[in-house]
Design a binder for this molecule. Sequence first.
Ligand code: NAD
Length: 370
Amino acid sequence: MNVKEKKNSEAAEKSISIFERAAQMGHEQIIFCHDEPTGLKAIIGIHNTVLGPALGGTRFWNYATEEEAAIDVLRLSRGMTYKSAVSGLNLGGGKAVIIGDPLQLKNEAFLRRFGKFVNSLAGKYITAEDMNMKTRDMEYIAMETKHVTGLPMELGGSGDPSPITAFGVFMGMKAAAKKAFGSDSLTGKKIAVEGVGQVGMYLVEHLAKENASIYVSDINNDRLKQVANKHGATVIEANKLYDLDVDIYAPCAMGATINDASLKRLKVAVIAGAANNQLENENIHGQILVDKGITYAPDFVINAGGVINISSELSGSYNKEVALNWTEKIYDTTQAIFAKAEAENIHTQKAAMHLAEERIEQVGRVKLSL
Ligand code: NAD
């Protein structure tokens, strides 16, 4: 695709209606929530409920436009369907976005009003934390609905999912190392971690324990220095990370960092990280990774520790050991995806999506039987 074609296709992509978009992506339901007195504007996206209720966090973000928020909720909710399906969970995919500045809007009434909207869906959608939503916010939502997870441990919840997400990413990275280097040991491997927030920080801890050579970048300098000092990592300027001569790149900040520009600079053998929607364009960049000989561990497969943790909370009695054991299986799932990609001569993102789709179809058929 040349530049002009790319621009045209992006323009066409932007101009399609919400129903056309939902039809293309396969969504079941989209709910627009509005409350004048609190200023609440939210969209709940329910992508697929074949395997179970649609579970996914609520993202509070100051979107530039309502369309941007709608596209985000559609992409994120679809991602949750794939993530839960490939992880063997009996959950569907959903997500919510709240539009506006969290610092100005967030208060008890606002969050409880959102909780009422979630409650009106009678359990078809179960919410949790996402960007700019904390366990304290979940407590307010929980005052209006029982369809909420990620509550603090003191209230019987599973608490912060980040440590378990990081453990899953670590498992997926080891499986990818095994594929690329013939051994899953990360000792001595040079690993660049982009973003040392909640997940990146715990990932660095695992990597340090395994004596990897760690390089870290973050736009938050205080945090960056703190994590680097604690684990003996080398600090790298954020815009220089892609030029490093390292073995593994772990995107743990924003999505879409695997794109035309970064792929021209990256010299790694493996990409495995926590960020959601890492490929700017699933089909185009998934294939470029294959062509460049980079082993890519699909994001929604290896960052599923958080949703696995939350699903354990749904059973009514949260058990960390159960969640950790389930998350450890990410190693095997990642290996199964590499094998499928190779056998079917497709890129790993596509293989992971197919694995999820096959499970939804097969279990869906079982559910229909008497
Ligand atoms: P976070 O907000 O705690 O951390 C993100 C970090 O990235 C921050 O420290 C931020 O300063 C940094 N950052 C932002 N832009 C950057 C840039 N251009 N270069 C370098 N650093 C940059 O978020 P988190 O909870 O650690 O999540 C990280 C990623 O993993 C997100 O994409 C999130 O959606 C995804 N994820 C998180 C979980 C979870 O359990 N928290 C689960 C699944 C997926």
